[in-house]
Structures are given as C-alpha cells and as structure tokens.
Ligand binder design. Structure first.
Ligand SMILES: [Zn+2]
Length: 118
C-alpha cells in the first residue's frame, strides 16, 4: 500500500464527517470522480471539492484528467491528462471546426487504486 498523502486538509473548511466521507470516497477502487460528485458524496461545497482534487493532483500527479466539452453536447468529447491541452481543430463528436469559446472543461479524478489521505 502506498504511503498516505498528507496535508490534504490543511487550510480548507471541512467538518470531521465531511473529512471521513472524503477518505471513504477516495478509498474506493476504479472510480472516476468529478467535483460535483465529490460534493454530493461528502457534503462539501463544489469549489472546496475542486480545490481538494487539485491538491491531490499536486501531491500525486497522474490521476487527474480534464473532461473537454463542446457546445454540441453534454458528453465529454475528449478526456486528457490534466496539464495537457486540447489541440484538435475539429470536434471528435460533431466534426465541426472548434472555436476556443465553444469549449468548456471540468476536472475528473481517476482512481485505479485506493488513495490514502491523512
Ligand atoms: Zn462538437
């Protein structure tokens, strides 16, 4: 088992039950989590959930991805490692030329193994 990640909670407004719920959530295998799901399952505000996910990424790079959405639909048209950019000139779904202002992004945490935090 990998070492627990420390300093995850530092400086964030979080109750003990919310912290416990977060630990349980990250302890599941093969899960893909978006900020709204972390918020739903822990009771944390979505912006705190998002800050936590970015912090996890800084402590353990490689598990954070970016879902890319095009104006043509609500399903991600691409999922790319966080830190990379979407460079397609054409949308993989609708095959229209992509304008930067038609794209939106959300982070997603992909856990292949349980993540220990303390
Ligand atoms: Zn499209």
């Amino acid at each position: 088992m990998a070492r627990a990640l420390t300093g995850i909670r530092e400086g964030l407004q979080m109750s003990d039950p919310q912290w416990s719920a977060l630990k349980d959530l990250l302890h599941r295998r093969r899960v893909r989590l978006m900020p709204f799901q972390v918020a739903q399952q822990t009771g944390l505000p979505e912006k705190v959930a998002r800050a936590l996910m970015l912090r996890l990424h800084l402590k353990k790079p490689g598990s954070l991805y970016l879902n890319v959405y095009h104006a043509c639909g609500e399903v991600p048209v691409a999922v790319i490692p966080f830190g990379e950019s979407f460079t397609d000139e054409e949308c993989p779904e609708c095959e229209e030329a992509v304008e930067p202002d038609e794209l939106t992004y959300e982070i997603a945490l992909h856990l292949d193994e349980p993540l220990e935090i303390e």
